[in-house]
Write a protein that binds this ligand. Sequence first.
Ligand SMILES: CC(C)(COP(=O)(O)OP(=O)(O)OC[C@H]1O[C@@H](n2cnc3c(N)ncnc32)[C@H](O)[C@@H]1OP(=O)(O)O)[C@@H](O)C(=O)NCCC(=O)NCCS
Length: 157
Amino acid sequence: MTPVALGPAQAVAMAALDRRVRMDPWSEAVYHALAMRQEAELWGIMSDAGELIAMMVLAFGPWDIELELIGVDVDWRRRGLGECLLALARERLETTRRERLLLEVRHSNQPARALYERHGFRIDGRRRAYYEAPAPGGQREDAILMSLTLAAPHSPL
Ligand SMILES: CC(C)(COP(=O)(O)OP(=O)(O)OC[C@H]1O[C@@H](n2cnc3c(N)ncnc32)[C@H](O)[C@@H]1OP(=O)(O)O)[C@@H](O)C(=O)NCCC(=O)NCCS
C-alpha cells in the first residue's frame, strides 16, 4: 500500500483515526491547522474501501525532522504499515537533506519502541514524567527520546 499526502479535507478522518489509536488524540481542529502549516507533512494509507487506516505527521525544522505521530488502525496492525510509513519518513529525511529524524515515545509503548529500534533509531535520553498518566489517578509517564541519523552526514566537517 502506498502512502498518500493528506490535506485539510482529511482532518475529520485523521482525528477519528487518532481517537482509535492513541490515548491522547488531537482534535479535528488541530489536524486542520497542521495541514495548513507549510513545515508539516501529513501522510496516510487508505484501505481499498477508501478508509484512512494509517497515518504519520512530520514536522520539518531547519536541520531535523520530528516524527510527531505514527498510528495504524487496530485491525490493520502487524501487516507492515508502520514500517511503510517509517520508510517514507526516512526517504523524506534524505530527500530534504535533513540530518536527523527525532521522536518521543512513552516508556511503556513497546510496539512503537520495537518498530523504531528495528529501523535503527537509538535512544538519546529520557524526559521524566512527560506524558499524562495512562489511566486516571495513575502516575505520569516518562518519554524516551530517540533519533535516527543518516549514515552519510551532509556537513563538510
Ligand atoms: C506502533 C505502531 C504504529 C506499529 O504499527 P504496525 O503497522 O503494527 O507495525 P508493523 O506491522 O510495520 O511492524 C513492524 C515491526 O515493528 C515491531 N512491532 C510492531 N508492533 C509490535 C508489537 N505489538 N510488539 C512487538 N513488536 C512490534 C515488530 O518488529 C514488527 O515486525 P514483525 O511484525 O515482523 O515482528 C502501531 O502499533 C500503533 O499504531 N500503535 C498505536 C499508536 C502509537 O503508539 N504510535 C506511536 C507513538 S505516536
